[in-house]
Design a protein around this ligand. Structure first.
Ligand code: MOS
Length: 792
């Protein structure tokens, strides 16, 4: 920890590049590198460097967890419940164990991911975990072939005593509904978010309310209002559907446990394995060379990982256990559903006098189905009351999912703001200009985004609602997103430089497809004056210095300052040793275009390797931490350090509604976003493409369908679980602003979640503009659309 003496005041140029910039004074640790100029003045940072692992991925050489092959490796297969609610009376694994090729069998002692009873005494002690949803993992088999494991899994005999169950939100809310849990519950958050507030009341299947952030007097606020807008909004359960399903290869040997994991956080795999197996962390290593996507559900070892580790220990051999697509949909998380009762009051001029929101969300057997924080933070309002309830059902658990809560909340809230604009006969952008006047960096970012977006999109072409006379109706809508700017508490990077000029960079963080490897290399390369491919990046391994989870849009904000600081320290070290030999002062020496020397004389100067030789350097190791933001944080919650500033964007959608068939087509989306300093515009654009596509998919198609009678998910596949394909993907245009907040040595922030947050709301607002009817229910399937057009 630094003492106050180690800080200095620096005047730094802050603001949106190309717009207004001004000097701000920050207290900066003395060891921090100097202010990094805007991207236009840099060599590598801010450039669209191609993804470093692109070739490995497109040629199939990239080794995902699914591809890991170890000598003597066995194949694991999970046995899951076939009923939605039951006591397990007995489990007979003897026939499975005797099946040819089977090497080990394990029955799960404790279920992870679900809510836990606050007082375990509320339930009679059972030999096996109670079954609370169809598809709940119960046991697993390891065998020499995948086919043998699957055949043996079918031979496990489970005797159930079935209990009454409930799968639908409204049914679960009724007083006489079967109880999913017999008493109050708790659930911890994961590194991706989710989880639930502690100690809330629970009555029947209703847990809550959580009321965090409520303020003022909403009744008074509604009395002051000239206009009131209200509605009940409903959103569906969405599943994560990463390209690579969850899975691990667990390798338990005498000397420790190695876990190859498809994960969003190697360190969380190590942490949870240590906790579940009561092992010292030093004995556990988690590796993720490549992870095929993750949207909030890939943390820790999960039930499948627990089973695989037990199987490996029992068999004395490595075990690969990858979930199949059905298990992926059903058992490892989803975005919870919601029913939101939202009422806002405003003056004739649009200023908000009251916001009242009551939500009921179902995360199945997990808590944490609240609908985000936009009611408190997106626009100023003195009187806000929010009540979030979780409704337990006999269905698979919710987890964090890309913009957890916020996506559902914004769908309703940004529609209510749109409806307010209609009610007071104002343009929706102008209403937001009117509302969004606080003096803050993020407010300035949103204002710039609205202006840029309106121009690029052609907002002036927007017509009054329901203008098209024929059955095909087109319309335009917009919505804003907001997500906290988060920094991870522990982030360290190490740079090793060899005498021949080899540069290696290390951090335990992982690249789940976002481009972490590439931006890591870029930031290091910038300091050393090298091309990015000269940096060997080593990530995805808990043996390296600790790094952030790929969650909460916090990798870039956490990793890049630590990376720059370590590379800066290495460069200064080289400069110090070289300076006397060049009869220069160390601070005069620069690293650019692969050369090291004095500015203006780089052509005649030394190559990077020559500089190391001249300086007599054979090995150099520097490690640096992510320092806290220069301006502090709004709050710290565990490993999450949350800024007073938010990240976000503004999205515009143009859609066509066929009012005869109910088919909606999103034709075009313009997305304008801020992420501090963009490190790699191409990769950011790719993130935003993904966010918009996933948002359109949520708005129009995706929905988990459960069979009430059996709790079985009817569309747990990629055929009937509808996701956008190329044909349904709109033309997407991305614009970025470069905003230097002067909070860290790179000023970079994340973008993944805000990219997904506003899309459904923008599409819904376009629906209103097209048809003159509001759509309160997602997804916008033909049935829901035709109902909305009938005013139902
Ligand atoms: Mo996440 S929902 O940022 O893993």
């Amino acid at each position: 920890m630094s003492s106050p003496d180690n800080f200095e005041s620096r005047a730094l140029l802050a603001g949106i590049v190309g717009e207004t910039m001004e000097h701000v004074t920050r207290k900066v640790p003395r060891a921090e590198p100097p202010e990094l100029p805007g991207n236009a003045e840099l060599q590598v940072v801010g450039k669209s460097v191609p993804r470093m692992d692109a070739l490995e991925k497109v040629t199939g050489r990239a080794r995902y967890t699914f591809d890991v092959q170890l000598p003597g490796m066995l194949y694991g297969r999970v046995v899951s419940s076939t009923v939605p609610h039951a006591r397990i009376k007995s489990i007979d694994t003897s026939r499975a164990a005797a099946y040819p090729g089977v090497r080990s069998v394990h029955v799960l002692e404790k279920l992870l991911m679900a809510a836990q009873l606050r007082d375990p005494g509320d339930e009679a002690k059972e030999p096996y975990p109670l079954v609370r949803f169809t598809g709940q993992p119960i046991a697993a088999i390891a065998a020499t072939t995948a086919r043998a494991a699957e055949a043996a899994a079918k031979l496990v005999r489970i005797e159930y005593e079935c209990l009454p169950h409930v799968t639908q939100l409204e049914a679960a809310m009724s007083n006489d509904a079967p109880l999913v849990f017999p008493g109050p519950t708790e659930q911890k958050a994961t590194a991706g978010g989710g989880g639930a507030a502690e100690g809330l009341p629970q009555k029947g299947n209703l847990r809550g309310p959580s009321k965090g952030g409520s303020r003022g007097d909403v009744d008074q606020g509604f009395r002051e209002a000239d206009v009131i807008v209200e509605g009940d909004y409903r959103t569906q359960v969405q599943t994560h559907v990463p390209m690579e399903t969850h899975g691990v290869v667990a390798d338990w040997r005498d000397d420790g446990l190695t876990i190859y994991a498809s994960t969003q956080h190697t360190n969380s795999v190590q942490d949870e394995a240590a906790e579940v197996f009561n092992l010292p962390k030093a004995k556990i290593r988690a590796i993720s060379d490549f992870t095929g996507g993750g949207f909030g559900a890939k943390y820790g070892i999960g039930n499948y990982g627990t089973l695989a580790i037990h199987l490996s220990r029992k068999a004395g051999a490595p075990v690969r256990l990858m979930l199949d697509r059905r298990e992926e949909h059903v058992s490892v998380g989803n975005r919870p559903s919601s029913l939101q009762r939202l009422k806002i009051g405003a003056k004739r001029d649009g200023s908000l006098t009251a916001i009242k929101m009551q939500s009921f969300g179902s995360g199945g057997v997990a808590a944490g189905a609240s609908v985000g924080s936009c009611h408190h933070g997106l626009y100023p309002c003195a009187n806000v009351s929010t009540e979030h309830f979780d409704v337990f059902t006999n269905a698979g658990p919710c987890t964090a999912m890309r913009g957890p809560g916020q996506v559902q909340g914004i769908f309703a809230f940004e529609q209510a703001i749109d409806a307010l604009a209609v009610a007071i006969d104002t343009d929706p952008i102008q209403l937001r200009e009117k509302l969004d006047t606080r003096d803050a960096d993020d407010v300035r970012a949103r204002a710039a985004e609205r202006r840029i977006g309106a121009e690029k999109f052609g907002w002036s072409r927007r017509r009054p609602a329901g203008s098209d006379a024929g059955p095909l109706k087109r319309g335009m809508g917009m919505a804003q997103s907001m997500w906290p700017y988060i920094v991870n508490r522990y982030t360290s990077c190490e740079i090793r430089i060899g005498g021949d000029g080899t540069v290696d960079a290390f951090c335990s963080t992982q690249d789940i497809g976002t481009g972490t490897k590439t931006i890591f290399a870029q930031v290091v390369a910038e300091e050393l004056g090298l091309p990015p491919d000269a940096i060997n990046v080593h990530i995805g391994d808990t043996n390296y210095p600790p790094g952030p989870p790929s969650g909460g849009s916090r990798v870039t904000s956490s990793l890049t300052p630590a990376a720059r600081n370590a590379a800066f320290a290495a460069a200064r070290d080289i400069a110090n040793k070289l300076a006397p030999l060049l009869q220069a002062k160390p601070e005069q020496i620069v690293f650019r275009h692969g050369r090291v020397g004095l500015p203006g004389q780089l052509e005649t100067s030394l190559s990077f390797a020559e500089a190391l030789q001249r300086a007599g350097i054979d090995k150099l190791v520097h490690r640096a931490d992510r320092r806290e933001d220069y301006d502090g944080y709004a709050r710290k919650a565990g490993d999450l350090y949350i800024s007073r500033q938010s990240i976000g964007g503004v999205q515009f959608a143009e859609i066509a509604v066929d009012t005869e068939t109910g088919v909606v087509k999103v034709e075009r989306v313009v997305a304008v976003h801020d992420c501090g300093r963009p490190i790699n515009p191409k990769l950011i654009e790719s993130q935003i493409f993904g966010g918009v596509i996933q948002g359109v998919s949520y708005a129009l198609y995706e929905e988990r369908h459960l069979d009430d009678a059996t709790g079985v998910q009817l569309n747990a596949n990629l055929d009937q679980y509808k996701i956008v394909g190329a044909r349904e993907t709109p033309a997407i245009e991305v614009h970025l602003i470069e905003q230097l907040g002067r909070q860290s040595s790179t000023d970079a922030r994340g973008v993944a979640e805000p990219a997904n947050v506003a899309t459904a709301a923008a599409v819904a607002n376009a629906f209103y503009n097209a048809t003159g009817k509001r759509i309160y229910t997602l997804p916008m399937t033909p049935a829901n659309v035709l109902a909305a057009l009938r005013g139902e």
